[in-house]
Ligand binder design. Structure first.
Ligand code: AMP
Length: 143
């Protein structure tokens, strides 16, 4: 199972934002769309960072609601780890677990072409486990 197969099913839409936007805008978009992170892009649509609900909670706990008036650039993670469409779901799961984050942007030829969340990975792992169990039942029944 590959990243490309997940994107074929769930689509390639990614919520993006530019780094000059206020944090309050990130909060609104995350809440409205029930997602946990946005990819920060530059004017050429290249990935410049990622901002997630973890960053927002940490900064508000530290500095209070004034964080919401600050630009995304102040709090985003700049060293983004991305994946390739040819990567397997297990590889992406490994990257999430090693780095302890839940979102991995998909970059193809330098351009953002999707995003994989931990929810996408878990959903496919459950589907795979159900299929394996079904195959095993059929195999036993046929014997
Ligand atoms: P998350 O678990 O995805 O909400 O993110 C936890 C922390 O990791 C936050 O500081 C994010 O900005 C950062 N982060 C999330 N995804 C990535 C990624 N793909 N590459 C680098 N940092 C990330």
């Amino acid at each position: 199972m590959t990243v490309a197969s997940i994107l074929a099913e769930k689509g390639r839409d990614v919520f993006t934002i530019v780094q000059d936007e206020k944090m309050s805008k990130v909060v609104d978009i995350l809440a409205e769309n029930r997602v946990g992170a946005m990819v920060v892009v530059d004017s050429n649509e290249n990935v410049a960072g990622i901002i997630s609900e973890r960053d927002i909670v940490r900064e508000i706990s530290k500095s209070g609601a004034s964080v919401l008036k600050q630009p995304v650039a102040a709090y985003m993670t700049r060293a983004v780890i991305s994946c390739d469409e040819a990567d397997t779901v297990d590889q992406v799961m490994g990257v999430m677990s090693e780095n302890r984050f839940r979102h991995v942007p998909v970059v193809t030829d330098g351009k953002l072409t999707g995003i994989i969340s931990i929810g996408d990975v878990v959903k496919r792992k459950i589907q795979q486990a159900e299929k394996d169990a079904e195959d095993m039942r059929n195999y036993i029944a046929a014997g």
